[in-house]
Design a protein around this ligand. Structure first.
Ligand SMILES: Cc1cc2nc3c(=O)[nH]c(=O)nc-3n(C[C@H](O)[C@H](O)[C@H](O)COP(=O)(O)OP(=O)(O)OC[C@H]3O[C@@H](n4cnc5c(N)ncnc54)[C@H](O)[C@@H]3O)c2cc1C
Length: 420
């Protein structure tokens, strides 16, 4: 018998009441922010993510048979996510795994692989990363050089990846490699799930403008991958990669994404509350514009979610919201710094922080968080495909404009001129 939505929401609330620290729900319901912050600061984040994942609430649409997920329809999952968002429930930072790795494995992986990887992925016990970009292949990722050569039941992989977020703490990587250099670039790729702890994998951190080292260089030196960890047919890796990339755009689109709205509070409302009263009429006008922009993104996300509810896969509409969200967040963080005045640029070394990546959700808006958010937002229009590339996709796939000229598209990859 189908469970009614209010009943699902009541079940979720009851589960939270039983599993979150005592007083959490009451603190939120009564608006006691200080009490909630004290409870949030004391939460064992890792243990919490495991419990949330095992209960199925981290990935409510995933089939329960894989040990994480509630087999809910997207609308029911949304209703449950509304409860989690209302109670500011911390989620796993395994966003690449949950948003992209899991959906790709579910679409293309063997049953054995699904049973092996999905549960620890949802609980955050095994972190995932995406090994697509290379020093010579970013926007044109299909031109990548990392080679995979078959050896019996295994593949031997050598090459270099770059900008690999979370690689330094990952157990598994989504790897796109070239298996046939004699055909045009999109046709000679194969997709693998690689064990980041396998011999031959070397990870070197890259420090960003924020001072954090969120991403890495990854060197693959004759790394052996079992054929059972191949996703999709040999030579069909581009199609599998499209599944990952479509889900990436949806994941990066903010509210209404497949993960649900994981932001704690509406960012514009949070800004208004932090800075009120705002005397300068020009700043007030920018705040009003931010409110409108945020509403538009949410409505577009709703539209994309409605499309998925009707059974459609993530499509080019993800590029609309990815583009909007990236540019909106940069404007918002600029505004946030301007509203704060000189202290918005302050960079306090909070020395004792045990989370140098800024991955564990922070409570409050200390100056470091404001400056960090401003600096971090510079990456928004690059990561997950640049805004130029999103505009190309929209032009071609939504507006039906002629394709971006690409002289290498139909040439065997080995004959394409390249600098290295
Ligand atoms: C914070 C962050 C995290 C990232 N994490 C990951 C990750 O986990 N895994 C991963 O694989 N990659 C990751 N990336 C890499 C990201 O996907 C690439 O940086 C991005 O695709 C752009 O590639 P590129 O840096 O090589 O720039 P290029 O492709 O060299 O682009 C340079 C410039 O040229 C423009 N351009 C290029 N081609 C076109 C075109 N056809 N039309 C118009 N303009 C064009 C671009 O818009 C850009 O302005 C991450 C990047 C960032 C910033």
């Amino acid at each position: 018998m189908a469970v009614e939505t209010p009943e699902l929401q009541e079940q979720a609330r009851a589960w939270l009441a039983e599993n979150l620290p005592a007083g959490w729900l009451e603190a939120i319901d009564s608006g006691d922010d200080d009490a909630w912050k004290a409870l949030a600061a004391g939460l064992d984040y890792r243990d919490w993510c495991i419990r949330l994942g095992e209960a199925g609430y981290a990935t409510p649409t995933w089939p329960a048979e894989y040990g994480a997920g509630l087999s809910l329809s997207p609308p029911d999952a949304r209703a449950v996510n509304d409860v989690l968002n209302h109670y500011r429930v911390p989620r796993s930072f395994n966003v690449i795994g949950i948003g992209m790795g899991g959906p790709t494995v579910m679409a293309w992986g063997s049953e054995e692989l699904k049973h092996r990887v999905l549960r620890p992925l949802a609980t955050g016990e095994e972190i995932w990363c995406q090994l697509f970009s290379e020093p010579g292949a970013g926007s044109d990722v299909a031109g990548l050089s990392t080679r995979a050569v078959r050896d019996g039941d295994e593949w031997v992989v050598s090459g270099q990846k770059v900008w690999t977020t979370l690689a330094h703490i990952s157990r598994w990587g989504m790897l796109l490699a070239r298996t046939d250099p004699d055909v045009p670039k999109h046709k000679g790729l194969t997709y693998f799930v690689v064990d980041m702890q396998a011999p031959g994998v070397t990870v070197r951190p890259l420090v960003q403008i924020t001072g954090d080292a969120e991403f890495n260089e990854v060197f693959l030196d004759e790394v052996r991958i079992p054929d059972a960890h191949r996703l999709g047919p040999e030579g069909d890796g581009w199609r599998v990669a499209i599944t990952t990339l479509m889900n990436e755009r949806v994941s990066l689109s903010g509210a209404g994404s497949l993960l649900g709205d994981t932001s704690v509070v509406d960012p514009v409302t949070a800004l208004v509350e932090r800075c009120r009263p705002v005397g300068d009429p020009r700043l007030r006008q920018r705040l009003a514009q931010a409110y409108i922009d945020n509403r538009l993104i949410r409505l577009n996300n709703e539209r994309a979610a409605a499309r998925r509810r009707s059974g459609a896969e993530a499509g080019p509409e993800g590029s609309v919201t990815k583009l909007q969200q990236a540019e909106f967040n940069q404007r918002l963080q600029n505004l946030s710094v301007d509203l704060e005045g000189p202290s918005g640029l302050a960079w306090i070394d909070d020395g004792g922080a045990d989370d140098s990546l800024g991955l564990v959700p922070r409570v409050g808006e200390e100056p470091r968080a404001i400056a960090r958010a401003f600096l971090r937002s510079q990456a928004n229009t690059i990561e997950g495909g640049t805004s130029d590339i999103m505009r190309n996709i929209l032009g071609e796939r939504v507006l039906g404009l002629p394709k971006d000229p690409d002289v290498s598209r139909d040439v065997a990859w080995k004959d394409v001129a390249r600098s290295a």
